[in-house]
Design a protein. Structure first.
Length: 127
């Protein structure tokens, strides 16, 4: 298996772990149901034809947002996975310290403990 295949497999495993596929499927079913109800009821209610297009457009824009939110806010899993990566020797201190993706974890004492372990393994004094 090539390195690209390995990265793709890890990425899909991460998405599965964070339940992105489940959220996406639930969103698609909900959006489809909403569009079906709107398509059946908007005309008898006397709503203009553009309102159905608006519902479809909003449902389409909401999908990527639902997927994005499903990957956010799970600090426990994020810290657990970061800790595992560090234990396996994949913790790049400079990257972890400055990557904005970790901003929501910086106030957690477990994040500081992970950084301290990386520093200790390198013989660097804690910040």
């Amino acid at each position: 298996m090539s390195d690209d295949d390995s990265k793709a497999a890890r990425w899909f495993a991460e998405l599965k772990h964070r339940k992105v596929f489940r959220v996406a499927a639930a969103y698609l079913v909900g959006a489809w149901l909403l569009v079906q109800v709107a398509g059946t009821t908007f005309e008898p209610m006397g709503l203009p034809p553009w309102t159905l297009k608006l519902v479809i457009t909003l449902a389409a824009f909401g999908f990527p947002l639902a997927c994005a939110y499903s990957t956010l806010g799970d600090s426990d899993d994020a810290l657990d996975m970061l800790d595992r990566a560090v234990q396996q020797g994949r913790g790049n201190l400079e990257w972890i310290e400055h990557d904005p993706d970790f901003d929501n974890l910086r106030s957690d004492s477990r994040f500081d403990a992970i950084l301290d372990r990386i520093r200790a393994s390198r013989g660097v004094l804690p910040a």
